[in-house]
Design a protein around this ligand. Structure first.
Ligand code: FAD
Length: 417
């Protein structure tokens, strides 16, 4: 039987098969042994010490950092007709190794896709070579603020829901003021994409602009690394901008930045769901192994019927996630009209199903399941994080139904029309 949760080799192109093989070697020979030998390392409260540089160095040697980067800068030239599908296959594989490490890497892919589409040639000439030259170079995408996240996803397109972060044009620069929170790679990124309001009188779809902000920009300060319950090898951070000056040519999108960000969010949600699937695949591997080796009542666990049924439930949920993810990735690659809807479906469905899969894994391990030194609880913690990333469960569902019934869904509390 094919591996649960993974696209069988026969459906992959030669390019995809080779990439997955290389990635699988990296996961099985580098990532998994590191995680198994360093259970406490994710709990170091010095974020700089958590993930050894060698893991990103090795990812670089494996070619995993060049996804999304144009070939002329040394990136991995994926077939555009199947790019989202390839992202999905590789992200699943990395997250099977470690969810936080996958977060770190995929954020770079997602932002590379955004930059190749929105950044000027001059900016690409500066930043892609710097990124490719340094295996520790990370990028971050800053939307969320202390008083605004979910409403930006909907979005409520009225001035009162606008971003608090502002950018004002003066003397050949943009001056950014505000604060961003919960940002993936926010603590240790070298380059930030920042969204800010540039027109208070307009709704956020017309009044939000995006900027490329190098870490050493005057007025940019990283104020903390958040201590998350899962995905701990990705350093989630908070950033304050105070009279932060960026040259005017660092503007990526003027006014319509949220609409333009579709190029980031569509493959982004695919990658999000794919990482989530990888966590489920790992949960199944652990549970299948444990139940076929651990003896209770004189028999290995899987011989007990209730245990066997739980494995069936895990496998079914994982395969359902994989099927929806395949459908959504294909829609993104085909630029299909329902791609956005399917992306939200895949992301929200994966988050709930894989959390249930992780719960089964936790329960099948009994007491061992909750012991830090055993390592299974990590899967459960990693799975929980996905409920909140790239929009909450409720907001994702609302976006799904709004895309299907734009004139009526959720309108009950508004004026009758
Ligand atoms: C690990 C992690 C990584 C992240 N990475 C990034 C990143 O790289 N960049 C970035 O910009 N953000 C990032 N985020 C932020 C993430 O997108 C937000 O946490 C998420 O969108 C929810 O926003 P919030 O936390 O402010 O919750 P809130 O918006 O305060 O929501 C709280 C609750 O209220 C509900 N709610 C709020 N408003 C409404 C509404 N109008 N209608 C119905 N229900 C509503 C929500 O569904 C939720 O249940 C990350 C978050 C996490 C946990």
């Amino acid at each position: 039987m094919d591996k649960i949760g993974q696209v069988p080799d026969r459906y992959l192109s030669d390019e995809q098969r080779l990439m997955r093989q290389t990635c699988r070697r990296y996961v099985d020979e580098v990532v998994r042994p590191f995680i198994a030998a360093n259970r406490e390392r994710e709990w170091l409260f010095d974020p700089d010490q958590r993930l050894p540089a060698e893991l990103l160095d090795e990812a670089d040697r494996t070619g995993l950092r060049g996804l999304g980067v144009p070939e002329q800068y040394g990136g991995v030239g994926l077939d555009p007709a199947t790019e989202a599908q390839t992202f999905s296959i590789i992200a699943t594989e990395i997250a099977r190794g470690d969810s936080g490490l996958a977060d770190k890497l995929v954020q770079n892919w997602k932002i590379s896709v955004l930059l190749r589409s929105l950044a000027s040639r001059a900016l690409q000439d500066i930043w892609f070579p710097r990124y490719m030259a340094d295996p520790q170079f990370l990028m971050a995408h800053c939307l969320t603020e202390p008083r605004g996240a979910s409403d930006r996803w909907l979005p409520y397109n009225v001035p009162e829901a606008n971003m608090d972060t502002t950018a004002v044009h003066a003397d050949g620069h943009w001056i950014i003021d505000g604060r961003k929170q919960f940002i993936s790679n926010g603590y240790d990124a070298s380059l930030y994409v920042v969204y800010a309001n540039t027109d208070r009188s307009a709704g956020m779809l017309q009044g939000t602009s995006s900027f490329l902000v190098p870490r050493n920009s005057p007025g940019l300060e990283v104020t903390r690394c958040n201590e998350t319950i899962g995905g701990r090898f990705m350093n989630n951070g908070e950033i304050v901008f105070e009279d932060c000056r960026v040259p005017e040519d660092h503007l990526l999108a003027h006014g319509d930045a949220l609409g333009q960000a579709g190029v980031y969010f569509r493959p982004g949600k695919i990658i999000q769901a794919a990482k989530n699937l990888g966590v489920g695949v790992r949960a199944f591997e652990l549970a299948a192994d444990y139940t076929q080796n651990y003896v209770q009542g004189g028999r290995i666990l899987i011989k007990h019927q209730a245990v066997a049924l739980r494995l069936a439930d895990m496998a079914t949920r994982i395969e359902a996630v994989r099927a929806l993810l395949a459908r959504a990735s294909r829609a993104v690659d085909d630029n299909a009209p329902d791609a956005d809807t399917l992306c939200n479906m895949a992301k929200v469905f994966a988050s709930e199903e894989i959390l249930k899969v992780a719960q089964h894994a936790l329960e099948l391990h009994g007491g061992n399941g909750v012991m830090l030194d055993f390592g299974v609880e990590k899967i459960f913690r990693d799975a929980a994080i996905f409920l909140h990333m790239d929009a909450t469960v409720d907001i994702s569902r609302f976006k799904i139904v709004k895309s299907m019934f734009p004139h009526t869904a959720g309108k009950y509390a508004g004026p009758e029309n």
